[in-house]
Ligand binder design. Structure first.
Ligand code: NAG
Ligand code: NAG
Ligand code: NAG
Length: 724
């Protein structure tokens, strides 16, 4: 699928290859299916080709993009006598969860099978399949059922030794699928041998598949099916061999093949690797290794094999769609088990945001290909990617580089604000290596932040609650709030503050009723912390979603929200902005706002809650601090609870303090002391604490508090000990 904004290298003219089609119009040779190379989806099927016996381990790695995504991994008939496997998990946004599959899911022999693994989720996920033979794990990205196609060309490394064979398996999701194999080379199915020119027809029922084994090279074998199928290719490896390379990969259907490909060299590469280029029709291919260019005309069904040399990038271009599969034959020690097989993504499928999983026990790298002018803006885990060397890809205007990933973190986000680029996730370990294209998550990018550390904590807790099949009022509230936030952020549609405030208000009302007799302080504290923070995020989001409106106000029974959009000035600014909600105000300096600027405009939100001070009341005074306890013994809350937030969330250590004017609930008596406090939530405990806030001024009706950070605030009032 073409993504906008990508400048294509105008190299054809230098080579005089005027007959090449402009690559912006990637030609599709097959119109069945959607033919998009997506990696995000809700349903995936796969299987595991295996001959190894005891030492095989199989797993799926599931990456989540939304809160509380329910995933089921099931195999309808994995024992052959109707035995069913199912595991249910829940995965949150930014998380990766591994699910181990029973060893008997491995398919032995050249047979029809029904051990198809189905991964099904209620929101978009991406899935990486791992097959771990002996010490030799191999991975493939799975393409969702919606991206499967009806025509495939097999490409696998040919036989290298007596105990390794090319193999492939074909699986169907839909029922009664007639699959025709047009054989090239020589292969085995059941007890028969088929050779070039033979065709083999098999009808598959839903979630069935079959596995074929090559006797000689079977690359170029064509598979045509009435309904879409998933095709895995690879190489068999028996456990007895230490020199055998067990590899596998899910192929892309012909309809999603592209015309332009870049292969950056592997970071650890010492020997020549291989690229296989497959044509489905008469095709002219340009293959450029460094400065050396070569054009080749391929007949339909033929597979071109070319070297990929250490440190030299490869550029491949064709007049119609081609399949490009990279085969790493193994690096440091020749003939050791280091190999992997990987689809190379075509330039038209490059995207702006990826997630990749670092694999345990490996040195993990992000290999990137980008437009020369855009490299500076690539962000890894919210930090600019620095200290990387970008190298030219001869023949194009693109550059490539590699970045080693921190070993501790398992899931990484890599993104560019506007320009598509390529991201390959590769890694090496003592006896192994892997390579997988990054999962594009462009379609689920949120324009706004939907989490804070505290919210993440609550999500983890509720995930456990949901997984046990139970629920609580709080967790359903967390779920519906996050679903609303995510919808709001993903849809990129203007939402009114009214819509934001509504659900919180109804929850607050019902909670106020039940919290009266509720002595569970921890639960109240965590619920209210979640509420305070999610209202802030939602209000900021609503403000950012309506860039044409400078200020918005909403007043409901339970809260008043005021928002302001500020476009940061170029130079220093002196202005002070005043936001009013109910009878409270917040004064914030424009320096504070622009320091939070990451985008064109910054949102500021001020919220005043009508009833919250009767829920998080004096029961939540400084716990554990005896000095403070003594002082605060007779203090009570004497104002509404207010929250202030800017841009990306809660700013700490402001250069210029923020001033809040809070209206007293009851007139302050002369001898009473007013104490400005903020709401602090740590390790499941919530307290009101005076850290970072001072009372600037107080009279009988109002107190002005000055605070060096933004969060939620209130006033405590009572007799100081000297008056008691
Ligand atoms: C979360 O809320 C959504 C939308 O209201 C609902 O469909 C889903 O089942 C809920 N999830 C859980 C785990 O309760
Ligand atoms: C807060 O009040 C102090 C004292 O009056 C003042 O110096 C400061 O500028 C005020 N800050 C803002 C942001 O208005
Ligand atoms: C108390 O101070 C506030 C804020 O400065 C002011 O608006 C209000 O009029 C004062 N009230 C009295 C009784 O002086």
């Amino acid at each position: 699928m073409g993504r906008p904004g990508f400048t294509f290298p105008p190299m054809f003219f230098f080579l005089g290859l005027f007959w090449f089609l402009p690559p912006a119009s990637v030609q599709r040779t097959n119109t069945i299916g959607t033919c998009q190379t997506e990696t995000l989806g809700r349903e995936f099927i796969t299987s595991y080709m295996d001959d190894c016996g005891n030492s095989s381990q199989f797993e799926v790695q599931i990456a989540g993009y939304f809160a509380f995504t329910s995933v089921s991994v099931s195999i309808s008939n994995y024992t052959g006598d109707g035995g069913r496997f199912e595991e249910k998990i829940m995965v949150n946004r930014g998380e990766m969860v591994r699910v181990s599959l029973p060893e008997s899911v491995g398919i032995k022999g050249v047979i029809k099978f029904s051990k198809v693994v189905l991964v099904k989720a209620d929101k978009d996920i991406s899935v990486v399949s791992v097959s771990n033979k002996d010490v030799n794990p191999e991975t493939t990205v799975l393409y969702p059922v919606s991206c499967l196609g009806n025509e495939h060309y097999i490409v696998t490394p040919p036989t290298e030794s007596l105990d390794s064979y090319p193999e492939f398996s074909v699986m169907t999701y839909e029922d009664r699928n007639l699959v025709t194999v047009h054989v090239k080379g020589k292969l085995r199915y059941g007890t028969r041998v088929y050779s070039t020119g033979d065709t083999l027809k098999i009808i598959l029922l839903a979630f069935q598949g079959y596995r074929l084994q090559g006797i000689a090279n079977v690359s170029g074998t064509r598979i045509v099916s009435e309904k879409p199928v998933a095709v895995l290719v690879g190489q068999v490896c028996f456990c007895t061999s230490t020199k055998c390379n067990h590899v596998f990969e899910q192929l892309l259907p012909v309809c999603s093949w592209g015309t332009t490909y870049i292969i950056p060299p592997l970071p650890w590469q010492k020997v020549d690797e291989i690229v296989y280029i497959t044509a489905s029709q008469s095709t002219t291919v340009l293959y450029q290794l460094g400065e050396q260019a070569e054009t080749v005309t391929l007949a339909g069904g033929s597979v071109l094999q070319r070297p990929v040399k250490p440190s030299i990038p490869v550029y491949i271009s064709a007049n119609v769609g081609i399949q490009v599969v990279f085969y790493s034959v193994g690096a440091a020690i020749p003939n050791s088990s280091h190999a992997f097989l990987m689809n190379v993504p075509d330039v038209a499928s490059y995207c702006r945001m990826y997630s990749i999983n670092a694999q345990e026990g490996f040195e993990n790298f992000a290999l990137m290909v980008a437009n020369t002018a855009e490299t500076g803006a690539i962000i890894l885990d919210n930090q600019p990617v620095r200290d990387v060397v970008w190298n030219r890809v001869p023949g194009t205007e693109l550059v490539w580089s590699m970045h080693m990933l921190a070993p501790a973190i398992r899931s990484h986000a890599v993104e560019h604000p506007s320009s598509p680029f390529a991201l390959l996730s590769v890694g090496t370990a003592a006896m192994d290596s892997y390579g997988i294209p990054g999962s594009c998550r462009e379609d689920v990018t949120f324009k706004c932040q939907t989490e804070t550390l505290e919210i993440k904590e609550q999500m983890e807790m509720c995930k456990d609650v949901f997984l046990q099949g139970s629920t609580s009022e709080f967790c359903s509230f967390v779920n519906s709030t996050l679903v609303n936030l995510e919808t709001m952020c993903a849809q990129d549609r203007a939402v009114s503050l009214q819509e934001v405030a509504g659900p919180f208000g109804s929850f607050l009302n019902s909670f106020t009723l039940s919290a009266g007799g509720n002595e569970n302080k921890r639960e109240i504290a965590s619920t209210m912390t979640f509420l305070l923070q999610s209202v802030e995020l939602a209000a900021l989001t609503a403000a950012l979603m309506s860039p044409e409106i400078t200020t918005q106000t909403v007043t409901t029974e339970s809260m008043a929200i005021k928002t302001l959009l500020v476009v940061p000035a170029a130079g220093p600014c002196d202005e002070v902005f005043r936001l009013r909600a109910q009878e409270e105000t917040m004064d914030i300096h424009c320096d504070t706002i622009t320091r939070a600027a990451t985008e064109d405009s910054v949102a500021v939100a001020f919220i005043s809650y009508s009833t919250l001070d009767s829920i998080i009341d004096k029961r939540f005074l400084n716990e554990g601090d005896l000095m403070a306890d003594e002082k605060l013994r007779n203090f009570h809350l004497n104002s509404r609870v207010v929250s202030g937030a800017v841009g990306a969330g809660r700013l700490m250590n402001l250069s210029k303090p923020v001033n809040f004017t809070l209206r007293h609930r009851q007139a302050k008596k002369e001898e009473e002391e007013a104490l400005c406090v903020h709401w602090k939530f740590i390790a499941g405990k919530g307290t009101w604490t005076p850290d970072g806030c001072t009372a600037l001024y107080t009279n009988s009706t109002h107190t002005i508090c000055s605070c060096n950070h933004l969060s939620s605030f209130a006033l405590l009032m009572g007799l100081s000990p000297e008056w008691r």
